[in-house]
Design a binder for this molecule. Structure first.
Ligand SMILES: C[S@@+](CC[C@H](N)C(=O)[O-])C[C@H]1O[C@@H](n2cnc3c(N)ncnc32)[C@H](O)[C@@H]1O
Length: 189
């Protein structure tokens, strides 16, 4: 496991979740990450996991409105792609679709979607709806910034996702209240 705490540039509000992301990625083939920033948080952890994955082929698509990846942090693997743009728009989804078609013969749906971009309820719901056609009943949806340390309650984003989950036949749980929280949404079986 990578020593995330020893990484000098790490964001403290993502640090406690990184080992989980690495472990999850290590059994997957296709990951979507919305919100990259410096490339040393979720990008690093999910890519560390995917590198260890036995899947072949594999694909990780990271999306950010802006390229802020620090020097030396950009993954070099040919199966990692950065799409620049608003993570809830059709142009970004179309670019991702093209990469999926080029990588996976036949139909491949997303294994993991990690959402940590613009933390407004409407935007996160737009992201779910935008990426939903590329997901299926096995897709794991993860959300960062779902718990407020100050109020000790779920954030508005979390409540909006919980409502979406309830009305669409999905299960929704807060996995961790630490460091702005991490939640998971999966299809009810
Ligand atoms: C909290 S940071 C992501 C942190 C990253 N996941 C990590 O682990 O270090 C949020 C990122 O979302 C990006 N962002 C904000 N609004 C966005 C949008 N509408 N579409 C895509 N990315 C957006 C910002 O540029 C920023 O890099």
């Amino acid at each position: 496991m990578y020593n995330y705490a020893g990484d000098i540039g790490i964001r403290r509000d993502i640090l406690p979740h990184l080992e989980y992301l690495e472990t999850l990625g290590s059994t997957k083939a296709f990951i979507i990450e919305l919100g990259v920033q410096y490339g040393n948080g979720s990008t690093l952890a999910l890519m560390n996991g995917l590198r260890a994955s036995a899947a072949d082929p594999k694909l990780m698509i990271s999306v950010d409105i802006d390229d802020q990846i620090s020097e030396g942090r950009r993954p070099v693997e040919e199966y990692w792609h950065l799409i620049l743009g608003n993570s809830a728009t059709g142009r970004v989804i179309n670019d991702a679709d093209t990469l999926v078609d080029a990588t996976f013969p036949g139909i491949k749906k997303i294994d993991v979607v990690f959402i940590d971009s613009f933390h407004k309820p409407y935007h996160v719901i737009d992201e779910i709806n935008a990426w939903f056609p590329m997901a299926d009943a096995n897709t794991i949806w993860l959300f960062h910034d779902v718990w407020s340390d100050t109020s000790g309650e779920e954030t508005d984003v979390s409540l909006a996702v919980r409502d979406w989950a309830t009305t669409h036949g999905y299960n929704y749980d807060i996995l961790s209240q630490e460091a702005q929280g991490l939640s998971i949404m999966t299809k009810l079986v």
